[in-house]
Design a protein around this ligand. Structure first.
Ligand SMILES: O=C1O[C@H](COP(=O)(O)O)[C@@H](O)[C@H](O)[C@H]1O
Length: 245
């Protein structure tokens, strides 16, 4: 497998390990170049990490004024919709910490998907240093079908290498998503997957130990060119991995 694997006890420990990664990468990046460019993932898994980062125990550990927030994917819904990835981070992290809008770069899920993707690509190119732009840290999750960001199995976005952000039609959901491409993800200085629950066990086994088939298991596309890759997974998600029984 590519990268390092850290198996922790349960979902709370996944959140804690994610928060620790956020804090240490933020410090390193701010010490090095004065800002921290982080892309958050969506879905339910990161919510516990957001709550922890916004808690009294953790909030003082990050120089929030130097953090610039982005998203690795978004659903095609307005920002106040319950499915919005931005909306979830806003509710549990950005609002509690009083993060101002000038440091928040959200994908506009309310726009036509192609327009939203092109607009976000331009924003990323302008705001994030490097060619291709190099995020300090990208958080990712894993779907039970082995998708990551909104790179779903057998979808067009998997074959795009000359774009950074694209719209992607997902037939099984009959909807579009907006997503980073593997080109942008793999340019990052650091990528951290947070994976929790036995519902992810089969997908995790396939991605890490199965045949190499990124069209079927898109998370296999993630392998930073000159960056670090860490998988933080709990015991339930890791239960089918070799040597964990
Ligand atoms: O649809 C999505 O799913 C994955 C996994 O989400 P989770 O709810 O199982 O944690 C997520 O990483 C992605 O950003 C999201 O849009």
């Amino acid at each position: 497998m590519a990268g390092k694997l850290s198996i922790v006890e349960n979902s709370s420990e996944v959140a804690r390990a994610g928060a620790e990664q956020f804090i240490s990468r933020a410090k390193e990046s701010i010490d090095d170049h004065g800002s921290f460019f982080v892309a958050l993932s969506g879905g339910s898994t990161p919510v516990a990490m957001y709550k922890l980062l916004a808690s009294d125990e953790y909030r003082g550990k990050v120089d929030w004024d130097k953090v610039l927030f982005f998203w690795s994917d978004e659903r095609c819904v307005p920002p106040d919709h319950p499915d919005s990835n931005y909306g979830s981070a806003h509710q549990h992290l950005l609002q509690p910490l009083g993060i101002t809008e000038d440091r928040v770069f959200r994908m506009k899920g309310e726009l036509p998907p192609e327009e939203a993707a092109r607009e976000y690509e331009e924003i990323v190119k302008k705001a994030v240093p490097g060619d291709p732009p190099r995020f300090d840290l990208i958080f990712l999750g894993l779907g039970d079908d082995a998708h990551t960001a909104s790179l779903f199995p057998e979808t067009d976005a998997l074959h795009v290498t000359d774009r950074l952000v694209v719209h992607n039609y997902v037939p099984k959901l009959n909807t579009y998503r907006i997503t980073f491409t593997s080109t942008l993800i793999n340019a990052a200085a650091s990528v951290v997957f947070l994976v929790s629950g036995e519902g992810k066990a089969e997908a995790l086994k396939s991605v890490l130990e199965g045949e190499q088939n990124p069209t079927k298991y898109p998370a296999q596309m993630v392998n930073p060119t000159s960056g670090a890759l860490l998988w933080v997974v709990d015991r339930a998600a890791a239960s089918l991995l070799s040597g964990t029984q």
